[in-house]
Design a protein around this ligand. Structure first.
Ligand code: NAD
Ligand code: ZN
Length: 385
């Protein structure tokens, strides 16, 4: 019989501007519609940095991390083959079994709200494990004094073990390398999905990707796989521009001045790109993105600014040029549909997402990884448990 741990080592958010800290927490067994997982790998995403830097309002006392892959260790009631009762429709996950390699979804659709009814899982109004599972009846983690501790977006992947909604655990091909599987939980789905689902890039479309981090390079790889051309990558960091070229970009551009970027893009695309994807999260580059699209072209905003910031639009030009502006949340992904496809694309060599893994680190190295990200140094650092 396998040892069933009743504790987890986890990186807990202590509030904005403070370093997150590793704590040992008690872990309850999975309830109805839930599973306990052993985490295998978890990537550090810029959204973690937004949280720590106080760009976004998030509650303290929550296990951080939302880009992870895990092995299922224990099924709660109502989960698995033949189990159909007692849990919400989205939480049944009848195919799930002990030992499965799963990618954890930070929006696990309820399956019952109007958005889920429209097939728009990423806009689910009542995702499973909502509000970071901080409510006492939802929390499965506790400090030694009994205080409930939440799990970011219901999954809190910077933890050795976790209890999550079964509907958040998406089975993928077990041959997928764990560090890469982790990225499917956020950066890869966000970038690949922005190209495939939100923007719906077609072969021979011209594409500009602003920001060549985990999300932007995932988008760039999907654009290459889609047969887009030309593909232009823009980033401040020379090493990232270099990698973009290796991955199949036609050209990479240093954004030393907005005017120069506009000139280069217009030259290469004959007047502006069919698609521009902003994968940085700055109002200035969102505004630049509007100028880089051709008349009738599509701008897809993927990067996220601090809450409440607004960008300016030259409304007259935007309307006259008939451009289209889209927001892309989680790559407009339906996790159960899209995660296994991305894993298959990795295994078939169509999406070389392994190139994004900069370094394998321990849980104690996440704070340093966030600092490196703040300085724009390197790509994905992935905690391997
Ligand atoms: P990252 O830090 O890995 O990448 C950002 C890249 O932008 C870096 O390569 C950096 O060098 C570059 N950059 C920064 N300032 C720049 C500038 N002025 N001009 C050109 N390049 C610049 O971050 P990431 O993890 O890839 O995330 C990117 C953004 O996407 C973040 O805002 C993150 O919160 C957001 N995000 C959105 C979703 C979603 O659902 N829409 C999901 C995940 C992440
Ligand atoms: Zn993320």
């Amino acid at each position: 019989m396998t040892h069933v741990p009743s504790t987890t080592h986890a990186l807990v958010f202590q509030g904005p501007g403070q370093a997150p800290a590793i704590e040992e927490l008690g872990l309850e067994p999975p309830g109805p519609g839930e599973v306990r997982v052993r985490m295998v790998a978890s990537g550090v995403c810029h959204s973690d940095l937004h949280m720590v830097d106080g760009d976004w309002e998030r509650p303290a006392g929550v296990v951080m991390g939302h880009e992870g892959t895990a092995i299922v260790e224990e099924l709660g009631s109502g989960v698995g083959a033949g189990a159909e009762t007692g849990v919400e429709p989205g939480a049944r996950a009848p195919g799930l079994g002990v030992g499965d390699l799963v990618v954890l979804a930070w929006t696990a659709p309820c399956g019952a709200c109007p958005a889920c009814g429209r097939g728009e899982a990423w806009l689910c109004a009542a995702p499973l494990g909502a509000d970071h599972r901080l409510a006492p009846e939802l929390a499965r983690l506790h400090r030694p004094d009994g205080t409930p501790v939440g799990a970011y977006s219901g999954i809190g992947t910077f933890a050795t073990h976790q209890v999550v909604a079964a509907g958040a655990a998406i089975t993928i091909d077990p041959r997928t390398p764990p560090e890469v599987a982790a990225l499917i939980g956020c950066a890869a789905s966000t970038g690949v999905g922005a190209v495939r689902n939100t923007a719906a890039v077609r072969p021979a479309d011209s594409v500009v990707v602003l920001g060549l981090g985990g999300v932007g390079l995932s988008a760039l790889m999907a654009a290459v796989a889609a047969g887009a051309s030309p593909i232009i990558g823009v980033d401040l960091e020379p090493s990232k521009r270099e990698l973009a070229l290796e991955l199949g970009a036609t050209r990479s551009v240093e954004p030393d001045s907005a005017l120069r970027v506009v000139r280069v893009v217009r030259e290469l695309t004959g007047g502006g790109a069919d698609h521009v994807l902003e994968c940085i999260g700055r109002t200035s580059t969102a505004e630049l993105a509007l100028d880089l699209a051709r008349p009738g072209g599509t701008i897809t905003l993927v990067g996220m600014t601090p809450q409440g910031e607004r960008a300016g639009v030259d409304v007259y030009r935007f309307v006259e040029d008939g451009k289209r502006l889209l927001g892309s949340n989680y790559g407009s992904s339906v996790p159960a549909r899209d995660f296994p496809v991305i894993a298959a694309d990795v295994l078939a060599g169509r999406l070389p997402l392994g190139r994004l893994v900069e370094e394998r680190i321990g849980l104690e190295d996440v704070v340093g990884a966030l600092d490196a990200m703040r300085r724009r140094q390197g790509l994905r650092r992935v905690v391997v448990f």
